[in-house]
Design a protein around this ligand. Structure first.
Ligand code: ATP
Length: 301
């Protein structure tokens, strides 16, 4: 079997290259984006794609199959609900997000979207349905307009500005001498962590995904910025199936379900109040964070 792996991989690569070439060709000849005879009504509304449900069923996974990272993960996210994952560094939280976006395939069990194994979907359609707001957004060396429009390249300038307004970054952009044409990224204007996250939020809003994955920044924020980001997350996840890798108590308190992870297992689950009342792992984490917060505020005084 191992001897077959090389040629098979090559075949896969060739297949993808040919498919890509065909797609490019049909684009070139305008076969895909051909204008239609019918027109939208003036007051036509955007169709919300079907709301997604997520299921992890007995998922086992390791980046290296010899070292298993997830040891049987089971959970569901009902359509429109928010699940927050908490746990120590290295417990496997981000790995859940990577599997959902299908950067990797599971070794056993399944990840399902709307009741269908995600391996059964065309990758492009799966990734169109999901938007990720990562902890640290990588910006392209291009204009800030391009960087936001990347969420949906066919979006109009007006739609980009609308998304930027909703993500509270529009005013900042128009205050720059070159406005939306400002070059950002490594060779351009360097944005702060919070500004970059807002660009990612604007991108996600433009994409209008049925499933949102939000990887909260760990960096400490002042309480005003924390409130602002929380408000944006609430807006973004409104009525949308959401998986949050959570580092902030304000986020977990609003979640429909909290998963507490430890060493690749879910050791506790429930809503904030239930888990607090249980007085076990989650309650200890909460208490520890409260103490750290109190200490930090005492130091500031
Ligand atoms: P954090 O809160 O620090 O982001 P996490 O809970 O999200 O941590 P993961 O990033 O899911 O943790 O990592 C889980 C385990 O998988 C860790 O032991 C990590 O070393 C390992 N791991 C993560 N990414 C890779 C990779 N690309 N290759 C190999 N091992 C990896």
């Amino acid at each position: 079997l191992l001897q077959m792996a090389g040629p098979l991989h090559l075949l896969g690569t060739m297949y993808r290259q040919v498919k890509q070439a065909l797609t490019n060709l049909s684009r070139l000849f305008g076969l895909l984006d051909e204008p239609l005879d019918v027109q939208d009504r003036d007051n036509a509304i955007a169709l919300q794609p079907a709301r997604a449900s997520v299921r992890f069923a007995a998922v086992h996974f390791g980046y290296d199959p010899r070292r298993e990272i997830l040891h049987g993960i089971d959970f569901d996210i009902a359509p429109g609900h928010t699940v927050a994952v908490v746990g120590h560094s290295g417990s496997g939280k981000s790995t859940l997000a990577r599997l959902l976006y299908r950067f990797y395939d599971v070794q056993a069990g399944s990840v399902e979207l709307n009741g269908q194994d995600i391996r059964d979907y065309q990758q492009a359609s799966l990734r169109r349905a999901i938007a990720i707001v990562p902890q640290d957004t990588v910006l392209f060396n291009d204009s800030i307009l391009y960087n936001i429009q990347y969420g949906r390249p066919s979006a109009s300038r007006e739609e980009v500005e609308q998304a930027a307004r909703a993500a509270h970054i529009h005013d900042f952009i128009v205050s720059l001498p070159d406005g939306y044409d400002t070059q950002v990224g490594e060779r351009g204007l360097k944005l702060s962590g919070g500004e970059k996250q807002r660009v990612a939020i604007a991108r996600a809003l433009l994409k209008n995904p049925s499933l949102l994955i939000f990887d909260e920044a760990t960096s400490a924020l002042d309480s005003k910025s924390e409130k602002a980001i929380q408000a944006e997350l609430d807006r973004l996840s409104q009525g949308r199936t959401t998986l949050v890798i959570a580092h902030r108590l304000s986020t977990v308190m609003n979640a429909d379900q909290i998963l507490v992870m430890d060493q690749g297992r879910i050791i506790e689950r429930g809503r904030h109040a239930e888990l607090l009342a249980k007085g076990d792992h989650y309650a200890h984490m909460w208490q520890l964070q409260q103490e750290q917060k109190d200490q930090a505020s005492q130091q500031r005084v």
